[in-house]
Ligand binder design. Structure first.
Ligand code: PLP
Length: 300
């Protein structure tokens, strides 16, 4: 079969089918649209209220990365927001379609969006959008400066106030973007959220991992933060290399006195923190390189 590759950006609109639909063929449930042409209605709740969920994954050399964990999290986010359960087989078919059509050289960003739909309509809307990935080579090598920012909630917020949707990857990212602007105002590149009572949550768009002695630690994915797909891959890689990994609560003091700190996310992958709240941090550049080589080599 001849594959017709296209140029980026590339967009596919999806007509979501129920999770329990008996069908196994989905080609007639999605269609390609011109990325520059209007495609959504003005009543779209994703645009009006940020009412929907999303995932962003990397496609490296034609391999979509960590598809299983991304679709699992899409399902968790949808459940948290009381959206209909996504049909995983349909999303897999749509992802495969996009991957067949986009360039197989270098890194591509693939965003999956699942919205509550239009104001008056009963059905969710969904789309996939592929764009060229920014060049992260320098930041993967040189690292970033981070500041800690108070998220304004106590430890245990997810149980106390589930309506805050803390563990869902919702489209409402205005707060995360504001945190990045605040970080830049403070002379840094990125932000790490803390609970009001001094526990580490997550980066504005990443998961925190630190190394202390002979153990790599990430905050417990307790429902107050996203369970990072890149962090899960990083732990797998570390365990395969004989290292110890652990999920647990992490205080800000532990973060500041760590032997090394990384921020992990699907596109930028692993970046070490060179400076935290204006103070230099020890870095493990060699570990960053091996981590990123392993992350880039993923074929599933
Ligand atoms: N936490 C937040 C708030 C994020 O936005 C992201 C990624 O976008 C992550 C964590 C890391 O998740 P992943 O590694 O799946 O990209």
């Amino acid at each position: 079969m001849t594959v017709r590759r296209t140029t980026l950006p590339f967009t596919l609109l999806l007509d979501p089918v129920p999770a329990d639909a008996p069908q196994t063929e989905f080609d007639d449930t999605f269609h390609e649209v011109d990325s520059d042409a209007p495609a959504l209605r003005v009543g779209e709740l994703s645009a009006q209220r940020g009412d929907g969920v999303f995932e962003t994954l990397g496609v490296v050399g034609g391999h979509p990365q960590a598809v299983g964990p991304h679709l699992a999290r899409l399902g968790t986010s949808a459940a948290t927001c009381e959206l209909p359960e996504p049909n995983t087989a349909q999303w897999l078919a749509a992802i495969a379609h996009v991957v067949d059509r986009v360039p197989h050289e270098g890194e591509v960003v693939l965003k999956l969006v699942y919205s509550r739909g239009v104001d008056s309509g009963p059905a969710p809307t969904a789309w996939l959008h592929a764009t060229p990935a920014p060049d992260f080579a320098v930041v993967r090598e040189d690292g970033i400066r981070a500041v800690t920012l108070d998220r304004g909630y106590p430890h245990g917020v997810a149980e106390q106030a589930p309506w805050l949707l803390m563990g869902a990857k919702t489209l409402s990212y205005a707060v995360n973007m504001a945190a990045l602007r605040e970080a830049r105002r403070r002379g840094a590149d990125d932000a790490i959220f803390l609970t009001h009572d001094g526990f580490v949550l997550e980066g504005a768009t990443s998961t925190v991992m630190l190394c202390r002695g002979d153990v790599y630690v990430s905050p417990l994915p307790s429902g107050a933060i996203l369970h990072g797909t890149t962090q899960q891959s990083a732990f797998e890689h570390l365990r395969a290399a004989g290292e110890r990994t652990e999920y647990r609560d992490m205080s800000v003091d532990e973060l500041r006195s760590a032997d090394a700190v990384w921020l992990l996310s699907s596109l930028r992958l692993a970046v070490h923190v060179t400076e935290l709240d204006g103070r230099p941090m020890p870095v493990d550049s060699e570990r960053t390189r091996t981590l990123n080589a392993a992350l880039l080599a993923r074929t599933v």
